[in-house]
Each structure stands twice: as C-alpha cells, then as structure tokens.
Design a protein around this ligand. Structure first.
Ligand code: ADP
Ligand code: ZN
Length: 597
C-alpha cells in the first residue's frame, strides 16, 4: 500500500514528518502504539490516515469537545468521512450521526470520554465494525499529567471490550511517569513506542524580572504589532485587568477565563481562531482547545505552577513551524503566592508534588542556564549547552558584585528581629516615613535610610535575588517575615560574596535555522494579501476557521508557485485531491487574474 500517495491525495503533503509513517504502519499492522510528540508534531495524521485505510470504523477519543467540530470540519475538507458525537449535539443531531454510523457512512468518529462513561456504551459500539481506537491527549489519564480527567479512567475498558483492536495513545506530555501511567491504564500490549524530540526550535524563550507587568506586557505586544498571541495570568482578576489595560492601549485584546459563561468563552475563542482579535488574555483554562497555527507569541505574566504547564502553554505558539516568542515575567512575589497556596494544601502527596514543581519552575526562571537545555532536560532529553535562541544564549550577561547592598538588606532584617515582611524591610532600608516605622521606632536603627540613594525597585530585586539564592526566606508560619538562612549569614558577615546577574537585552533579528524549511522566503506579498483576504471571506461565509481552507503556509506556497492550472495547484503544500477540486476552481482564477492572463 502506498502511504505516501494517500498522504498527498488526502492531505496534500509530500513527505511524512518524523515518526508519522512508522506509527501509521504499526497501527495498520494491528499493533498498539504509545506516541509522545510535541504540539504541532503532526499527531492527527497518525490516526486520520489509518482510518482511511481500515475497512470499518476508527474512533478518536478526545477531551477537546470545543474543538471537535473544527477538527471534523477540517477532516471533511480533506475528503474524510468524519463525524463527532459529544454533548454539544442535540439528541436529534446525535441520532442522525448514529444512523449514519450504522449505515457504514462514517469511517472516523470523534467521541468525548463522557460518552464512553455512559452505561452500556461500549456494548453499543460493539455492534459497529470498530477497527481502531486512538486516544488523543492521553495524558488526561495520568494524575501526574497537568490535565487529569476522571472520565478518562474509563478508557481502561477499551481493551476489555475490544481486545483485538489496536489502540494508539497520543500525548504531548513526555515525562516517563506519565508514559507509564498511560500504558498501564489503557492496558496497551507491547506498544510500539515513540518519544519524539520535544525541542521546539522555532520558539524563542525569554525570562524577565517582573517590574510593572502591565507595561512590560504592552511593550512586548507592541514589538509584535498586529500578530496573534496569548497572555496568561494566574487569576481571573488579573486576566480582566490585563485585557482592559491592553484595550485602553489600542490593542485588540479580550479576556478568557472559566468564570465567563460558556457562550462568551466560545465567542472569544472563535474570534481568536478567526483572526478577529489579536490577543487573548487568559487563565490556563484557555488552551487545550487552541487549534490556531499562527500564534506568534505567548506571555506568562505570572510564574506558571510547573515546567509541564509552561511547556504546554508556550507550545501553543508557532505550531505552523514559523518563529514565535515566549516571554515569562518572574518575581519573588509570585513564588511566595504559590508557596502560600501550597502551604494551605491538605493532601501530603499533592503538596510534595506542587513544591517540587515550584522549585523546578523558579530555578528555570532564575538560574543562568540555557532555557531550552533546562526544558529538554526536564523531559529527560539530552541537549546542547547553548541553543543560541533564548535570552541566556543571546543576551549579554554581566555579573555584578552586590555584596554591600545585600548586607544592607540583611542587616535591616536582623536589626528588626527577623519579624517583618519584605515591604517593611525595604521601607527601613530606604528610610521611608511610615506609621509602622514610627510605631516600632525603626527610624532609630543604624540601617535606617542606608539605601536611600537607590529606588525601591532596586531593593526589591536584591531581596528577590537573596530569596532565589537561598540567602533569606519568607517564613509562612510567621506572616511571611523575612529570615536569614545560614548562607545569608555568611554573606552578611562578609565571608561569602553575593553576585547578581544583569542582562543587556540583545534583539534577535535572524530567524532560527528551522525556519529555512518554511519555504516562505520569496513569496509574492501583493498576491498573498489578495489570496489571504479571499480565503478569510470564504471562511467567514462558511463559518469555519480560515486555516481549515488553507493555512498561511499554503497561501505563501501558492504565492511562490503561482499555479495557473490543476497540476501546478496540486504541488502547493496542503493541497490534495479534495482541496484541488473544491478550491482550485476558486483560487486558480484569482491567481490568473493577478498575473494578467
Ligand atoms: P498536533 O496534533 O501534533 O499538535 P497537528 O496534527 O495539528 O499537530 O499538525 C500540526 C500541523 O502540521 C497541521 O497544520 C498539519 O496539517 C501539519 N502537518 C501534519 N503532518 C504534516 C506533514 N507530513 N507535512 C506537512 N505538514 C504536516
Ligand atoms: Zn539557549
């Protein structure tokens, strides 16, 4: 069987990506599969293509109810006989799908895990010629994943009811722990296992000290004028505040969080997917349902809870393989907030996990080690010392001896009895005139005003660094009072130096090497503008996201090849037989007209 032929005819692609062909062959051989591939790695084809070959029904279990319709629309646009069943369908609509299913008209069915939890659902499915199960976002099975769904545990019954049907699990979560959970819970038998590289060479990672988050975010977005991006904030309040602020600065932004009615959330997501707004400010409730390929930046306004979460969220940028930028704002205050939540947790195991996650995350943000190296090592993947495409690798870094300033801060801490929080300590150092200072007579201390020559923000960053380097800590048991660790005493008494790193930002102009493959170098921009506009209006008429018709990349390819007949149109990236017959007659005349035929 010629799999490459199917790839071109149905999906319009010339070559398989890494691992796709091997996975597909394993499935067609009837073997179970476990595949960990990063977002954008091309998992969909690994189950869509076999569904074409199998003489019967393939079932995809996916938790992304909000996305199913788009995924099915996209598959149908490629000529697949696909349908979905989930809670968004009315009983009559669901009935129509069942009737098509029993008539054998559907080869690829997207199903929500809730359905499979219904009594008797597996029995019902056994009346259909099921040939293959794909479990998408399979990390939802694992309590170690970041998106555990109790409904997913039900999937362990697939093998009971369909012992001879191959089951393929796909996830973008790569830790070994999650992998083991998935294989065990799904009871996969000797699965063909793929662990693709989790490197995303198109993503540039940057971490900045948080210092007026709203303005930092605004400046960053301005640098990416008019491009699509996501700003993550931890709290709903901050999400709304950020969205309002951006709008007041003339940026097309909108808020998204779980506190909004489902209808508003859907609207917001649609507006983003259809390029009607540029920026979504969101809690992490937003994301798994993002199928937008041209997200050009992701900002974390607050420290994420785990490396896993950070990787997944940043991974939503650059899915088309073109350069995208990730910015993380980091402060000691964020660490404290998370620590505070952790202290209030009751479940000991959960608490330990959360603590380990926090330590890992704050070390990622604060140590002077290539960000990509740290991320890949988190996924047990070897990496080069320097990637050349993150702030650590590109910025000029200067090491400053800040021992004296550190001593000033810690002396204030000790002289006030290690009983006060950061704000008060800094007030003492700066010589502020506050009621609290007068109440405790702290204006009489020797260190009072010792640092009045520098701004408060400077002292705040010294405290943050002292915390990061374990010289001092905030004691949650006594109202976050700042206290010294042994290392702090060494610095205070001059037995150990204290260094901070100062980064000078160097703007990266050159794209990473991965972008060479995009083939978008010399495309005709005027034609591109015409075709893009045309595609968007078609999409609006059909009420589907524009990428379902053609991705930006396909359009760019069209503006390089400039096809004026069917055979050259077929050479365009992403054009298969179905797209040729549906869109060739629409796009070819536009191109001919442009070329003056
Ligand atoms: P994932 O589900 O792993 O995040 P997708 O399946 O959505 O990734 O694929 C990401 C993008 O890559 C899609 O636009 C898809 O059409 C495209 N793609 C997948 N396989 C190939 C291929 N072999 N050649 C070119 N593009 C591909
Ligand atoms: Zn690097």
């Amino acid at each position: 069987m010629n799999l490459k032929r199917i790839l071109k005819d149905q999906f319009g692609y010339k070559k398989f990506r890494d691992n796709q062909e091997d996975i597909i062959k394993a499935v067609l051989d009837g073997r179970d599969v476990f595949a960990a591939m990063p977002t954008g790695g091309g998992k969909s084809i690994c189950y869509q293509l076999p569904s074409i070959v199998f003489d019967g029904l393939s079932i995809v279990v996916s938790p992304l109810v909000a996305l199913m319709k788009d995924q099915v629309d996209e598959a149908v646009e490629n000529g697949l006989n696909a349908a979905f069943i989930n809670s968004s369908l009315s009983p009559a609509e669901a009935q129509a799908v069942y009737s098509d299913l029993f008539k054998g008209r559907i080869k690829l069915l997207y199903l929500s895990p809730e359905r499979l939890s219904l009594d008797g659902y597996y029995e019902k499915l056994r009346d259909l010629p099921v040939k293959f199960f794909a479990v998408d976002e399979a990390h939802c099975l694992s309590e170690w994943g970041h998106d555990f769904r109790p409904d997913y545990l039900n999937l362990s019954r697939i093998k009971k009811y369909f012992p001879d049907v191959p089951v393929a699990a796909f996830t973008a979560t790569a830790t070994i722990q999650v992998q083991n959970d998935i294989i065990n819970l799904l009871k996969l038998v000797d699965p063909y296992t793929v662990r693709a590289s989790f490197n995303r060479p198109e993503l540039f990672y940057r971490v900045e000290q948080k210092n007026g988050a709203l303005d930092q975010i605004t400046a960053f977005i301005r640098d990416h004028g008019g491009q699509a991006g996501i700003v993550y904030r931890t709290s709903r309040k901050d999400v709304e505040k950020t969205a309002d602020y951006l709008v007041s600065k003339g940026i097309k932004a909108r808020a998204y969080h779980a506190g909004l009615p489902q209808k508003d959330r859907q609207k917001c997501q649609d507006a983003f997917n259809r390029d009607k707004i540029d920026v979504i400010c969101a809690t992490i409730a937003f994301g798994m349902g993002i199928n937008k390929m041209n997200v050009r930046f992701v900002v974390h306004g607050d420290l994420p809870r785990s490396m896993e979460g950070y990787y997944q969220e940043t991974g939503r940028a650059g899915r088309d393989g073109a350069e995208a930028h990730c910015l993380l704002l980091y402060s000691g205050g964020d660490m404290m907030k998370i620590q505070y939540h952790i202290n209030n947790m009751h479940d000991g195991i959960e608490k330990k996990k959360a603590e380990a996650n926090l330590r890992r995350m704050s070390s990622f943000a604060s140590v002077n080690v290539c960000r990509r190296k740290q991320l890949l090592e988190y996924f047990d993947e070897p990496a080069d010392e320097h990637c050349g495409f993150c702030d650590i690798c590109t910025d000029k870094i200067e090491k400053i001896n800040a021992s004296v300033d550190a001593q000033k801060v810690m002396s204030a801490v000790v002289r006030t009895g290690e009983r006060f929080g950061i704000v008060h300590v800094i007030d003492v150092v700066c010589g502020a005139d506050t009621e609290k200072i007068r109440k405790f007579g702290h204006e009489k201390l020797k260190t009072y005003g010792a640092g009045s020559d520098k701004p408060k923000s400077w002292w705040r960053s010294i405290v943050d660094d002292l915390i990061r380097q374990d010289a001092v800590y905030q004691d949650a048991e006594s109202y976050n009072a700042v206290k010294l660790n042994p290392k702090g005493r060494e610095i205070l008494y001059g037995r150990e130096p204290f260094y901070i790193l100062k980064k000078e930002v160097v703007t990266v102009k050159t794209a990473s090497k991965s972008l060479a493959g995009l083939g978008a170098a010399n495309y005709d921009e005027a034609l591109y503008a015409i075709l893009r506009e045309y595609r968007n209006s078609l999409a609006a008429d059909k009420n589907i996201p524009s990428y379902i018709i053609f991705s930006d990349r396909s359009l760019k390819d069209m503006c390089i090849i400039k096809p004026v007949d069917n055979s050259s149109f077929l050479r365009v990236h992403g054009v298969g037989e179905k797209k040729l017959s549906e869109y060739g007659p629409l796009f070819i005349p536009k191109i001919r007209e442009y070329l003056g035929y």
